[in-house]
Design a protein around this ligand. Structure first.
Ligand code: HEC
Ligand code: HEC
Length: 212
């Protein structure tokens, strides 16, 4: 890694660590609210490839809260070209208030889904090259892609290949992470200097799908 990249990384890690906030919700109330979400994200948060809905079960509550709040505030899912974010945004808006967001996040984080296996023919990329690229990613997302609440970096393990590729492409093109109030999305967007080709994106996504 070049010196400037190391400095960039150190700077954004510093910002994330300074902004840690924790919230508590009521998972029992969240379970009732989750009925509408299950239609796309599955009863156990296992996602749904046909509906383009990612795995959410077992994701950090703080991250679920941040994403739902971002959708609600129009920080994510408002670019007309962001087809899938535009589908999710109205769902987040149906939640009554911040308490509902926290309750649903408490329920979602408690789920431990078995994610259906993907068609290997739809997974491109070189897993060894992806493993090498992931060393930098691991600084924030953890060596096993388990996420890091202090660095505000979500869990990546146990997620679909197609979703990871789609998000990385969205960060790269600016569909995600370019809203002026999307501080954390911008951090991730800046990391896309590390993955300049589709091949590199596919490689690292393939490696991530091996993480459990
Ligand atoms: C109509 C289908 C649909 C419903 C219903 C739905 N979602 Fe989603 N959700 C999506 C799609 C599609 C995405 C992916 C958006 C993208 O690609 O940026 C998504 C993304 C998300 C994300 C972001 C995941 C991440 O890793 O960043 C969260 C969190 C989420 N949904 C939670 C919920 C909750 C909670 C509910 C219920 C209130 C819900 N969703 C209802 C389709 C749906
Ligand atoms: C400086 C810390 C940092 C580094 C290094 C980093 N990320 Fe991230 N990443 C984040 C943050 C913060 C988010 C959450 C953005 C948001 O809230 O929208 C994120 C989000 C993501 C997401 C979206 C997850 C989801 O559920 O929607 C993917 C995929 C991802 N990163 C992959 C990578 C890969 C691959 C690398 C290495 C090339 C990497 N990240 C390097 C901080 C980092």
């Amino acid at each position: 890694m070049t010196r400037s990249r190391m400095q960039l990384l150190a700077a954004v890690i510093g910002i994330s660590a300074a902004m840690s906030v924790f919230a508590a919700g009521d998972a029992t109330k969240g379970k009732a609210l989750y009925a509408v979400c299950a239609a796309c994200h599955g009863a156990n948060g296992e996602g749904n490839t046909l509906l383009n809905a990612p795995v959410t079960g077992g994701q950090g509550a703080w991250y679920v809260i941040r994403q739902l709040s971002a959708f609600r505030a129009g920080v994510r899912g408002t670019d007309p070209k962001d087809t899938y974010g535009m589908q999710m945004r109205p769902m987040a808006i149906t939640l009554a208030d911040d308490q509902a967001v926290e309750d649903i996040a408490a329920y979602v984080t408690s789920l431990n889904p078995t994610v259906p296996a993907e068609d290997p023919n739809k997974i491109a990329g070189d897993v060894e090259a992806g493993k090498a690229a992931f060393v930098t990613c691991a600084a924030c997302h953890g060596e096993r892609g388990q996420g890091n609440s202090v660095l505000r970096s979500p869990k990546l393990a146990n997620q679909y290949y197609w979703y990871i590729v789609r998000q990385l492409q969205a960060f790269k093109s600016g569909l995600r992470g370019s809203h002026p109030k999307d501080d954390f999305g911008m951090q991730m967007g800046a990391m896309m200097v590390l993955l300049t080709s589709d091949q590199q994106i596919n490689d690292v996504a393939k490696y991530i799908t091996t993480l459990k």
